[in-house]
Design a protein around this ligand. Structure first.
Ligand code: DGL
Length: 270
């Protein structure tokens, strides 16, 4: 049993730059509906996809250290591919609680493809990571893996969750960036290797204009979180989750309805 001294069940902490982590949180609350949730967004640092490896390797563990000190979670999920592929090891060595990362779903995509051509959409920083090269050579060496950086999709997903209409042209350009590469016409599977992108699944599927299956890591991460917390006694009912931002708290206003759908109704500044 994992219980804090005051009898409160320690929360699960999710970390991303913005709303992307909601795609991971959504799958997690299907399995653990009463888990207390703290959702941290480093809006002051968005977009991570445009930052250097050195900057993220320093920033992410430092922020998570402060968050863990304040909220005393039982487990941290880095619900961001960019932060995970760069800083997962740094965070694990800085914290003494379990840390779950989000890495591109190359292995399951490789098992799903029929044509052998897989697309990978991520941020600029994610698609150049040696971590991705390793996954590709370990699990998709006999496949064609097309990579494309689609930083505009991060903003399109943010807009959608503020209740605005996402920019269709940006979404079409992202799909075209894969289809237009050598072999792209035969692509039948697309990995959404940024947690913001599953929030645009329908829009991406429409822009593909062909039958393409989309995959992300959220379900696997949710199962991993459930497994690692299998001895936890969760509260008997769901309490309001907490959102904490490094940015300006006033900027959160338009996102409130979207966060409420995930049970998050308390808003704080780090
Ligand atoms: N959601 C983050 C990811 O999964 C990236 C967004 C950003 O560039 O800040 O990579």
């Amino acid at each position: 049993m994992t219980e804090a001294q005051n009898g409160e069940c320690p929360p699960l902490l999710f970390f991303d730059t913005g709303v992307g982590g909601l795609s991971v949180l959504g799958e997690t609350i299907k399995l653990l509906p009463n888990a207390p949730i703290v959702y941290a967004a480093d809006y002051a640092g968005l977009p991570y996809g445009m930052k250097s490896e050195a900057e993220l390797a320093a920033r992410v563990p430092a922020l998570l250290g402060r968050l863990v000190e304040r909220y005393k979670p039982q487990l941290v999920t880095i619900a961001c591919n960019t932060a995970s592929t760069i800083a997962l090891d740094h965070v694990r060595s800085a914290l003494d609680i379990p840390v779950v990362g989000t890495v591109p779903a190359i292995k399951p995509a490789s098992e799903m493809t029929n044509t052998g051509v897989i697309g990978l959409l991520g941020t600029k920083a994610t698609i150049r990571q040696p971590y991705v090269d390793r996954l590709a050579s370990d699990f998709a060496a006999d496949k064609i893996l097309l990579r494309h950086a689609a930083p505009g999709l991060v903003y399109a997903a943010e807009a959608k969750l503020r209740g605005e209409k996402p920019d269709v042209q940006v979404i079409e350009e992202a799909m075209f960036g894969l289809i237009d590469q050598a072999g792209g016409k035969n692509m039948d599977t697309v990995i959404m290797a940024c947690t913001h992108f599953p929030l645009l699944r329908d829009e991406l599927a429409a822009a593909a204009q062909r039958p393409v299956q989309f995959i992300d890591g959220a379900q696997g991460i949710a199962r991993r979180i459930a497994y690692l917390t299998k001895n936890t006694i969760w509260p008997s009912e769901r309490r309001d989750g907490i959102f904490v931002t490094t940015g300006d708290i006033a900027d959160i206003e338009p996102y409130r309805p979207a966060f409420a759908e995930y049970g998050i109704r308390r808003f704080e500044k780090l």
